[in-house]
Write a protein that binds this ligand. Structure first.
Ligand SMILES: *Cc1c(COP(=O)(O)O)cnc(C)c1O
Length: 431
């Protein structure tokens, strides 16, 4: 396939985007194109232009588009029963929960809660952490204590529902909705002393705060520009949580389900330092395009703090989503996709660095969650240039391009992407 054809905005695209702006709430800005269909790692727009997709619906489409195993599972489930409510269980939902616990390596007695998005996975984690916080000494307001708190990190992203947003750092998306959840404090990424101080600010006296119920963090801050928080920091956080009986919640919404080369990023020593969390949340890649998310609580004791009525959602874990997720996990396992993720990731990072494009000053990430550091903040122009040359990438920060192709991307497709990336001109306008 030619890589230098033009892929500008066509007539159909333009007409439909005008209509979009008339009827769709303007929370995402103007979409880049109107997409029509996909196959494997490729997407076609309504004008018939074809793109190699190195964003995969923001790290969602693990199996790419229209994967036969996924399509078969969804079609069969849709023809059988799509939804039954949580007054009833389904075999697929039970198998999926067991599979996720198994893949996470969580101890016996660990339990899964299903939701419909990453934010909902984090809502569940935060609610469980709040229940846990009530069991800590010093959190009982009746005896002069203060409610237990949640510690989150600067640059962290956990979703846009009000609870998850409370733990999300970026001021422009958080501030307009304040006051948010009380008792959420932010600590600078990497600053172990600041984290220790938060644990020490508990007790009595006017400056005392409540005990810490949980620390929530990503291992690679995806939305912040694919920035690993660093294994040493994660280890220090784990040690402080242990010392003060707080929970460590790792948000694996973006990094989970094989994206970084292991089922979950915490299973990669280089990212976690071998730390085992108390909860993980997942979503994006889990059902390869079907909206699904959730949370795994490690261990029986923590899991059992949720009792009937504690939490729930109408659609949560419905058979259609569970089938899409089962097909995704089984395909990743059967086709040794995690090996591919590691190899293609290395190929991609090596190819970016050896390509000699003066615009690129570095590349970071793990597996197939990567970002190219740009020499000047022209990410939007670079993203547009790539799009017009048939490659979808994401301007994740003013000076960084995120590359997160489907996990099934081939060696040839990585080379094709590299040949476009390496031609992006250096002299582009800044954001
Ligand atoms: C995308 C993302 C979320 C939010 O997921 P939604 O499905 O958009 O609610 C939460 N945490 C992380 C780390 C994410 O990347």
């Amino acid at each position: 396939m030619a890589t230098n054809t033009q892929h500008g905005l066509g007539a159909q695209d333009e007409a439909l985007l005008k209509r979009y702006s008339q009827v769709h709430m303007n929370v995402f800005g103007t979409p880049l194109r109107v997409m029509d269909h996909g196959q494997g790692c490729r997407l076609w727009d309504v004008d018939g232009n074809v793109y190699l997709d190195f964003l995969a619906g923001i790290a969602v489409n693990a199996l790419g588009y229209a994967h036969p195993a996924w399509v078969k599972a969804v079609q069969e489930q849709a023809a059988s029963m799509a939804h039954v409510s949580n007054y009833f269980a389904t075999k697929t939902q039970i198998e999926l929960a067991a599979k996720l616990v198994e893949l996470s390596g969580a101890p016996a007695g660990s339990h899964v809660y299903f939701g419909n998005s990453g934010a909902e996975g984090n809502e569940a984690a935060l609610k469980l952490a709040k229940l846990y916080g009530r069991t800590l000494p010093g959190s009982t307001t009746m005896f002069g204590g203060k409610p237990a708190r949640i510690i989150a990190l600067t640059h962290g992203f956990h979703g846009r529902t009000l609870g998850a947003l409370s733990a999300t750092w970026k001021p422009v998306i958080r501030k307009p909705y304040e006051p948010l959840l009380p008792g959420v404090d932010f600590v600078e990424v990497g600053d172990v002393n600041a984290l220790r101080d938060e644990f020490c600010m508990t007790g009595s006296g006017p400056y005392a705060k409540g005990p810490v119920a949980a620390v929530i963090m990503e291992l690679i801050q995806g939305e912040a520009g694919v920035r690993p928080v660093g294994a040493d920091f994660v280890k220090a956080a784990r040690a402080l949580c242990d010392e003060h009986k707080a929970l460590l919640i790792i948000d694996e919404v973006q990094t989970g389900i094989g994206r970084t080369g292991t089922w979950f990023a915490f299973q990669n020593e280089e990212l976690s330092g071998g730390v085992v969390p108390d909860m993980i949340t997942f979503a994006k890649g889990v059902a390869s395009g079907f909206p699904m998310g959730g949370m795994i609580a490690f261990g029986d004791k923590l899991s059992k703090l949720f009792t009937p009525g504690s939490h729930g959602s109408t659609f949560a874990g419905n058979p259609l989503g569970a089938s899409a997720a089962m097909a995704t996990l089984e395909t990743i396992e059967r086709d040794h996709v995690l090996d591919n993720v590691r190899r293609r990731g290395e190929q991609l990072r090596a190819g970016v660095m050896s390509g000699g494009n003066p615009l690129f000053t570095g590349v970071r990430g793990a597996g197939l969650l990567n970002a190219i550091q740009l020499q000047h903040p022209c990410a939007h122009a670079a993203m547009e240039w790539a799009l017009e040359h048939g490659l979808i990438v994401n301007a994740v920060a003013p000076d960084a391009l995120r590359l997160a192709p489907p996990l099934i991307v081939t060696e040839a497709e990585v080379n094709e992407a590299l040949s476009i990336l390496n031609q992006i001109p250096c002299e582009l306008p800044d954001d």
